[in-house]
Ligand binder design. Structure first.
Ligand SMILES: Nc1ncnc2c1ncn2[C@@H]1O[C@H](COP(=O)(O)OP(=O)(O)O)[C@@H](O)[C@H]1O
Ligand SMILES: [Mg+2]
Length: 247
């Protein structure tokens, strides 16, 4: 790892992410496979992240704003190591708890009780630790009455409650939050915000994507504004949010 300064915990250097997109509109899966077999399928390169460089320091609450499709989630996945960038360098120092794709670490056929163990294991927690923290997870999520229900019957807000409760039971060095709070109700959002604030005060670095610009303004100290995969502006929360709101 080659992080410039001791305080830097996340560093992206000239990172680009390309996706292959089929350039044709096919009407059926059958047509797709026939074309695939005949090697008649053409792909065009789609640049989701275009030569992005930034660094985040320990204790920062780093917000990312921008229109739908500008590359916010892709950036978070690259920081978390879920996606490997096409080019460029990513350096991360410390443990990461990613709250990115709701329920990505869950098996929806299983109950919440089973998923707490499954997702806990995915996050690297031992069974002993989950046993110890189980009641606290259930209490925070307020899902006690639904613990033995398969999670496919949960609403997205209920999934978010369980996901947030598990991911934050151990204080990570870096917490990554992608619009997860948007699906929760007001009461739960308040609770999550409080827990995030407690983590902030005790040194956890936070990377936050939210459509709620007021939430970004109240929580973040630094903000990056992405436009079509490029950095439009990066800096202090006030100047960037003002410029973004006036755009
Ligand atoms: N797995 C993928 N395959 C192809 N294109 C993708 C994939 N993931 C994201 N994209 C595209 O990359 C762009 C950025 O997506 P995303 O990072 O999810 O945007 P945001 O979170 O800012 O709304 C979008 O145009 C999206 O369609
Ligand atoms: Mg997104």
């Amino acid at each position: 790892m080659n992080l410039d300064s001791k305080k830097v915990v996340v560093q992206l250097e000239n990172v680009s992410m390309h996706f292959n997109m089929s350039s044709e509109k096919l009407s059926s899966l059958k047509e797709y496979f026939i074309k695939l077999l005949k090697r008649q399928l053409f792909f065009k390169k789609y640049v989701a992240i275009d030569n992005v460089s930034f660094s985040i320091e320990k204790g920062d609450v780093f917000g990312i704003v921008g229109l739908n499709g500008c590359g916010k989630s892709t950036t978070l996945k690259i920081v978390s190591g879920i996606l490997k960038p096409t080019t460029g360098k990513v350096s991360v120092r410390g443990s990461i708890a990613p709250l990115i794709e709701l329920g990505a670490g869950f098996d929806m056929e299983l109950t919440a009780r089973e998923n707490i163990y499954l997702n806990g294991a995915v996050l690297g927690y031992s069974k002993k630790l989950i046993n110890e923290k189980f009641d606290e997870i259930v209490e925070f999520s307020e899902m006690k009455d639904f613990l033995d229900v398969p999670m496919k019957n949960y609403s997205s807000g209920m999934v978010a409650r369980i996901a947030f409760a598990i991911a934050t039971i151990v204080q990570p060095d870096i917490l990554i939050v992608d619009e997860i709070l948007a699906v929760g109700d007001f009461h739960f959002r308040e609770k999550c915000t409080k827990r995030i604030e407690t983590m902030m005060k005790t040194g956890t670095t936070i990377v936050l994507v939210s459509h709620d610009i007021e939430q970004i303004e109240s929580l973040c100290n630094k903000v990056m504004w992405l436009e079509k995969g490029k950095i439009k502006m990066i800096g202090g929360v006030k100047e960037v949010c003002e410029a973004y709101k006036n755009s």
